[in-house]
Design a protein around this ligand. Sequence first.
Ligand code: HEM
Length: 484
Amino acid sequence: MAQSRPTTNNVGIPVASDDHSLTLGPNGPILLQDHYLIEKNAQFNRERVPERVVHAKGGGAFGFFQVTEDISQFTKAALFQPSTTTDVLVRFSTVAGELGSPDTWRDPRGFAMKFYTTQGNYDIVGNNTPVFFIRDPIKFPDFIRSQKRRADNHLRDNNMQWDFWTLRPESAHQVTWLMGDRGLPKTWRNMNGYGSHTFLWENASGERFWIKYHFKTEQGIDFLTQADADEMAGTDGDYHIRDLWTAIDSGNAPSWRLEVQVMPYADAADYRFNPFDLTKVWPHEDYPPITVGRMVLNRNPANYFADVEQVAFNPANVPPGIGFSPDKMLQGRLFSYGDAQRYRLGVNHYQIPVNAPRCPFTNFHRDGQMRVDGNAGGTLHYEPNSYGQWQEQPDYREPPLSVEGAADHWDHRKDDDYYSQPGALFRLMTHAQQQALFDNTARATGDAPEDIKLRHARNCGKADPEYGAGVLQALGFSPQAIGK
Ligand code: HEM
């Protein structure tokens, strides 16, 4: 039997009344000295809506996506049919900083898109880089913690950041992107967006293709120098939010061209590397990008909290004609976002206007916090029932996907090619860009211990000996130090 418990306030003071506020006369105003009433409500007010666990700082805008080419041979998805126009919301962000952190800290940028399609919302939750730091979602919390704050003094720490990166050499590709010019985009308008993962497309005949998304900026790629970014962090921490808002407000709507790389379904089985490895790109010589359409952002949010803070992007949101790949990272994300949003915004977050589909949607989920839509009144909330309510839609089933193999903690390090693609990226850079990469790396490693810096220089040297030598020199080591 439940034990009876006397109610006290947070410091153990007995609560004399939990039903009646302290008022001046039976119908009079409430007295401010009713500290329990205030504590109870203040506590309640603060129970929900934490900032995003990652990508907390960001800004966004509305617009549209228009298909300009006919790519219906690859997908039946309604939003990609010729000449279709779909409303979109895009949120840009930094990854590691908190809600109030400067926009110009070196970091990948989030590039999350919500397409309000006629067959449900489609979310592409990408970054401004085509690859990522890790290959397995089991390492995501470790990776993020190493980039955020120390447990003891709550400071960010070069030691942790570079310790993790250098011990997980599959991060070398993304670290090379990050320490190069693209780690500090001039504005959100001056960067590309990438879906990064491999996704599945299915056409009207049931034929399937593996694809990758590239949103190419039509404003041109541009970036900040480290010195400019540092100054901006002090003088205008919200520089990127301000830039996007001002551009749209003054009628200067930014745009991106969507291109896709398309791999025939059967190619994946014997492609020369795992095409579902998020630390690698598909070389354009193998799968040249095909233009699909154009995205334009032309409307600022009316209310930041309602439209941007409360928006919930989820890689699991895919309409018919689009599916998932076996990319382990994507598979992990299919769980994480909905879970995070149930915590951050509540179980009914899909009803918040910015998250609600623009097409009709009808389900028989009921109740829960912040249910504000009438809870579907008296409609039946079970299935099967004798009244023909709640029919599943088998026409939208994906064709069966064959998978085989034994369940195991398979070692993704069987592929130890961590360095060929960062090496190729390095060799694409001009000498000036390479020098900036060396200098940025040296600056970013800061006060990390020498052995960690050397480990990084060694990893860079495996990508390209000149990369290793340049980093070593920028770090102030002698050329011989790399052998130690
Ligand atoms: C296993 C790997 C990953 C996990 C577990 C993960 C998890 C999360 C979580 C929990 C959030 C907060 C969601 C919210 O509260 O609304 C988030 C946000 C975000 N993630 Fe990831 N993430 C992963 C990898 C990635 C990758 C590879 C990309 C890009 C290619 C990415 C891009 C983003 C973006 C852009 C946001 C912010 C979305 C917004 O603007 O609201 N994440 N991630």
